[in-house]
Write a protein that binds this ligand. Structure first.
Ligand code: G3I
Length: 386
């Protein structure tokens, strides 16, 4: 319906144009002209927070025209879906591969984006060699701290003054708020998080530094994160903010849980960013975003392979409206809302926790067209488009 409307508007504008032109000059084969401006998320939320998306390589190299137009018209901040992760940028000892990351940062600079780095210290997508000595045995605390410092110095140093904010440590907590038993914790000890932030601040004192995690709306996990923030701040560690990934479902977490979570982190003296937003509309029993969690494929878990029923489309629009109403209630405390992807076509949610599903978690569909959820978010905005 929307595509028909959009095309109707375009052809009307064209007709008007052609008539005007034919009266003044011979008709020109030209790209469709339209004076009707597409509402923009970044402009609509200008007085509240930045709005952005995580980009894969095809997106920051402009391979997909439709997505390129969305990114440049809708967003004022970008995050790297995979290109700045340890395995991609530092695949082997002493070897750094900045080629793709450079294209990502250049794309951000050319389009005046607030550029995010994701991520420096994580338990996933880190090559085994990082934690192993020559004999395959775990390296010492001293050696692993040395490797962490080298990596952070090299990567943050490479983009000093160009990348504006870093997810320094990602997903270091268990659901009960205790520290995840990662190789970082087992080898270095629980001060590895403090060390990572100090190394990052040392490498670029101007960069914003974040702790990023999922399911912080779960009270036990939130308490663990608040304790982490309190300890870091008590030691004078430069932590700017906490990232709520918000890989949510249609009904979890509740907006009250999100509201309380934002308020509590605000009280602990840090900014809050929504860093990896998407809304899973498919049957899912999980509240985790842990990539190691997988479910066997089953047709019952992939109910909409040929399109989303209108009732679910409307439920998605309502969900996004409720989420943005909650975020916009905290303008200034919530400084950024980043979607984890641009269109439904490339979302990781098509392959997680079940591979090969057809999911619809974002505001733009597989033809790069805005969905009803997009309109709902725009209509809610503090600053209505002209
Ligand atoms: O690069 C290899 C490629 O060489 C190979 O041909 C291909 C075949 O499988 O795999 C490619 O690696 C994939 C990588 O994305 C790059 O595309 C990995 O298999 C795949 O597992 C990896 O998935 C990423 C996932 O993190 C891995 O942890 C997703 O794209 C990415 O969206 C997801 O993002 C995470 C955030 O960083 C942290 N929070 C949760 C979020 C979702 O899991």
């Amino acid at each position: 319906m929307r595509r028909f409307l959009y095309l109707a508007i375009v052809s009307l504008a064209l007709a008007v144009n052609v008539t005007a032109q034919s009266q003044s000059s011979p008709p020109q084969p030209s790209a469709p002209q339209t004076s009707i401006s597409q509402p923009s998320l970044k402009d609509a939320y200008k007085d509240c927070f930045l709005v952005g998306a995580a980009l894969n390589a095809a997106e920051f190299t402009g391979e997909d025209q439709g997505e390129d137009a969305i990114i440049k018209s809708q967003f004022n901040t970008i995050s790297p879906e995979n290109v700045l992760k340890w395995e991609a940028i530092h695949p082997s000892p002493g070897t750094y591969n900045f080629s793709q990351a450079e294209k990502y940062v250049e794309f951000g600079e050319q389009n005046h984006m607030f550029i995010i780095g994701h991520n420096l210290v994580w338990h996933s997508q880190v090559p085994k060699w990082v934690f192993e000595g020559k004999n395959g045995k775990p390296v010492s605390r001293k050696e692993l701290l040395h490797r962490m410092r080298d990596h952070i110095r090299a990567v943050v140093g490479q983009y000093k003054g160009r990348i504006n904010g870093w997810d320094v440590v990602n997903e270091a907590l268990n659901e009960d708020g205790t520290l995840r038993q990662s190789s970082w914790l087992k080898i270095i000890g629980d001060d590895y998080i403090e060390k990572a932030f100090r190394f990052a601040h040392e490498a670029d004192p101007a960069a914003q530094l974040y702790y990023n995690d999922y399911s912080l709306e779960n009270e036990a996990k939130r308490r663990g994160a608040l304790e982490l923030v309190r300890k870091l701040k008590a030691k004078g560690v430069a932590i700017t903010g906490v990232g709520l990934q918000d890989h949510v479902n249609l009904d979890w977490p509740t907006t009250d849980q999100i509201d309380a979570t934002i308020t509590e982190f605000g009280k602990s003296g840090v900014k809050v960013m929504i860093t990896e937003l998407d809304v899973d509309v498919l049957p899912s029993s999980t509240h985790t975003a842990d990539v190691s969690y997988n479910v066997a494929s089953d047709p019952k878990l992939n109910p909409y392979p040929n399109g989303l029923p209108d009732a679910v489309q409307q439920a998605l629009a309502q969900r996004y409206a409720d989420l943005f109403r909650t975020y916009a209630k905290h303008c200034g405390l919530v400084t950024r809302v980043t979607f984890w992807g641009v269109t439904d076509k490339d979302s990781w949610k098509n392959n997680w926790p079940v591979r090969g599903r057809t999911n619809y978690p974002l505001l733009f569909d597989r033809s790069a067209q805005p969905k009803p959820a997009f309109d709902a978010v725009i209509q809610l905005a503090p600053r209505q488009a002209p």
